[in-house]
Write a new protein. Structure first.
Length: 431
């Protein structure tokens, strides 16, 4: 209980420290990787696999068994003169066994367990990469939704000003009721959009808490920047992905595990040699009173000559499992390449659009300013002004989304290469 209290206090202290100077994306990712249950489960899986290696290595070490017993024995045999004898039987023994040769089963089992441990370690890295990407996505979505909420407030403020102006015009007899109805409808829509933006932001905060466990304050967030530059081409990025992606490395380790399992299946076709030592202490055994003591030390061989074809079937089974592991790796490689290329295409498309989206915002801003002046002197209708206001809002919304999509697409590329944790430095897998 004291340890749990210390851990809880440390976690609370870390959260308070993050809140004191703002929560950066790097800090959010680090905190998530330290506390996320899915990541912790994967780490415990790696630790458990490590103990399986220790279990496999036990095959090289001797086994020692101690046995003892006491009970009543009634016996009638030639040794007792064919008379019934009832004695208290007492037994004690110790047996030691040392494997000398088992057809390489132990050595191959150790290789298999090491490969399985490597596979789980790479899966841990994959989960950490995926969790880091999800954290980045939710962090950026918080910033995005907050900015879109500010835009919704600005839009409502602009419509409210126009509405107030049209009310004054209508009261003075200059404006028409149709114009007032039109701006009232647009104002109601702007109010509805503001509520929707507030709800979206609340949902974004909930989703962020689900992954990170942090109920963050929006003022604590900072717009992240990329520390590394992307590879010069998709081919270069693909080469890095094929070399570093943890899912692909895990599939490679699974092949090593299947190969060791295949090699271990050969052990059934070899004889087994075992050094055995047995020491017994018995009293009143077999109806004969007195103590018996014996010691046997022997090197024994066992060699199965026929097992109903089970060993041959096991051999073929492990061969098929090895081919299956190779096929899975081939499919994984295609998925890695597909994910990378899609991420690269998305980034390049957004990158190419950015300058035009910025031009659209500037042009729409200038148009709105010009239309407002013309509207005030009667050269533009209210509909013209509202339409250009909507175009400006749409252009800003599109630019905001594209800005965050572009940054997230870069994180996706690093995730597709298996290098996202390297972008968030000081983060590494724990085994």
């Amino acid at each position: 209980m004291r340890l749990m209290g210390i851990i809880g206090a440390a976690a609370c202290g870390a959260l308070l420290a993050m809140g004191a100077h703002g929560l950066t994306l790097k800090e959010a990712v680090r905190h998530t990787l330290e506390t996320n249950p899915e990541v912790q489960a994967a780490r415990n899986e790696v630790r458990s696999r490590g103990q399986e290696i220790r279990q496999a290595k036990a095959g090289y070490l001797p086994t020692v068994d101690l046995a003892a017993g006491i009970g009543r024995e009634t016996i009638e045999a030639p040794a007792t003169g064919n008379e019934e004898v009832d004695l208290t039987r007492q037994e004690a023994s110790i047996a030691a066994r040392q494997m000398v040769f088992d057809g390489f089963a132990t050595s191959e089992e150790i290789k298999r367990q090491k490969a399985r441990t490597d596979s789980s370690a790479y899966k841990l890295q994959e989960i950490e990469e995926r969790t880091a990407l999800r954290t980045a996505e939710l962090y950026l979505n918080l910033l995005r939704r907050n900015q879109l909420l500010d835009l919704a407030r600005e839009t409502l403020y602009a419509h409210q000003n126009i509405h107030d102006q049209m009310v004054l015009r209508n009261k003075s007899g200059v404006g028409s009721k149709a114009d007032l109805d039109q701006i009232s409808a647009r104002l109601a829509l702007a109010q509805s959009n503001l509520i929707s933006a507030q709800t979206n932001l609340m949902d974004a905060r909930t989703n962020f808490y689900r992954i990170t466990g942090v109920d963050v304050q929006l003022d604590d967030l900072h717009m992240p920047t990329m520390r590394q530059s992307l590879p010069p081409s998709v081919e270069a990025a693909q080469a890095l992905a094929l070399e570093n992606h943890p899912t692909l490395l895990s599939a490679g380790a699974d092949i090593d595990s299947a190969h060791a399992q295949y090699k271990a299946s050969e052990s059934a076709f070899w004889p087994r040699l075992q050094l055995e030592a047995d020491k017994r202490w018995d009293e009143d055994i077999g109806g004969i009173e007195g103590d018996n003591e014996d010691l046997i030390v022997a090197l024994r061989m066992t060699y199965n000559l026929y097992n109903g074809g089970a060993d041959q079937a096991r051999r073929k089974q492990t061969a098929y499992l090895l081919e299956e592991a190779k096929d899975i790796r081939g499919n994984t490689q295609r998925q890695v390449v597909e994910s990378l290329r899609l991420s690269w295409s998305a980034f390049k498309a957004i990158e190419a659009q950015m300058k035009y989206l910025e031009m659209h915002v500037r042009a729409a801003t200038d148009t709105k300013a010009a239309y407002l002046k013309q509207f005030n002197i009667g050269r533009r209708t209210l509909l013209d002004l509202l339409n250009t206001e909507n175009e400006l809002v749409d252009s800003k919304r599109t630019l905001i989304n594209a800005t965050y999509d572009r940054l997230f697409s870069q994180y996706r590329i690093y995730n597709s290469m298996g290098k996202l944790l390297f972008e968030f430095r000081d983060l590494s897998s724990e085994s």
